[in-house]
Write a protein that binds this ligand. Sequence first.
Ligand SMILES: Cc1ncc(COP(=O)(O)O)c(C=O)c1O
Length: 443
Amino acid sequence: MDKEVENFIEKESRRQLEGLELIPSENYTSQDVMDAMGSILTNKYSEGYPKKRYYGGNEFIDDIEILAQMRAKKLFGVSHANVQPYSGSPANLAVYLATCDPGETIMGLNLPDGGHLTHGWKVSATAIFYKSIPYHVKDNGRIDFDEIWRLAKENKPKLIWSGATAYSYKYDYKTFGEIADSVGAYHAADIAHVAGLIAAGVHPSPVDYAHIITTTTHKTLRGPRGGIIMVTEKGLHKDPELADKIDKAVFPGLQGGPHDHQTAAIAIALKEASTESFKKYGQQIVKNAQSLAKILQNGGIKLIGSGTENHLLLLDLVPILGVGGGVFAQDALETAGITANKNTIPKEPGSPFYPSGIRMGTPAITTRGMKERDMKLIGCWIIKALNVVKKYRLPQEKTERQEYITKARKEISQNTELLNIKGEIKSFALKYPVPGITKKEII
Ligand SMILES: Cc1ncc(COP(=O)(O)O)c(C=O)c1O
């Protein structure tokens, strides 16, 4: 009935089908998950928790939420799971509310070094209401544990986050656990990026080393947008009331009614993530990322950490595009039909708005069925596209930037070499299905 919205959805479907989605935090969720998201469960209010609701009519909603909790506990091997957080950021905020008083000290990875906003970045509520002491990565992109030991000893934080949003190594949860224990802090592992890899057994689990685990459900886990907070045995040992504190922090501390359609969709995604085929999917994500890394390096692109141990690649563009070149790279890739995002690199010489890197990952293209041989093609397209914008340099003078970038953007969007790549990518991508989009519907 609403042609305007329908038209926009159709355009977005076409974009998702005809292009290559390399943003490492995105994925294509299954038709079953989308069916649950679009179901009548969206009509219901169910403030509270199963069997303890503030509204009537929740008999079946209770069953759904209990099922989602049980599946999360089984998949990740934890004692308690809260599946109500609306997304990853509210999940993380609930952890603060449950473990810290306002003004108390917390530690997380600095955002320009790959950390997430909610781990204490200065503009986030998590640094406004708590005292944030950020830690950093070393020149090679690895977390600087010597610094964390030192900062933890000096500042005695109440909460230490592990996990990041742009980190291409495996996380050493054991060392984080040891540091937190040495100062009596909670260790919260935010596994948003690697949850699907952990479920698939291709990344270590923090379950023995963290008190609390948070995750989004829509990245490598391939579910609907959402969040989960889990409490481990270790967490309950430190504080037997921790699960209760987490639940109270989510509701009534931060949220009202849970999104029951989302809870059902999370339950479905958790079941999917416990299958053999999901294990193969996780393995393939990493194989694809490593194979893409090799192609890019052979083509002269510098990678932070000289490769990847997970699903994510961080390209250091300083040698080919100069400081702040991420902006031209993102535009070039987009014109060519490749979606990735400009990103800061360790010791960023530019700024978060004009960063010198590009972040990319393989979860979404792996869902479409692409394998190592396809990475060769994709890698060559990326190298070609980046070479096209080699002539641009971000002006050092801030006042000159806007005009320069506007002009560069126009040229990039009309560049025939990039538009030719887009054509090639379109014919290639159309061979690989996207769940929920039939070619017939939109062509
Ligand atoms: C590590 C990490 N934690 C939390 C979040 C927040 O998730 P959301 O965007 O769903 O609030 C993200 C999202 O990018 C993330 O990368």
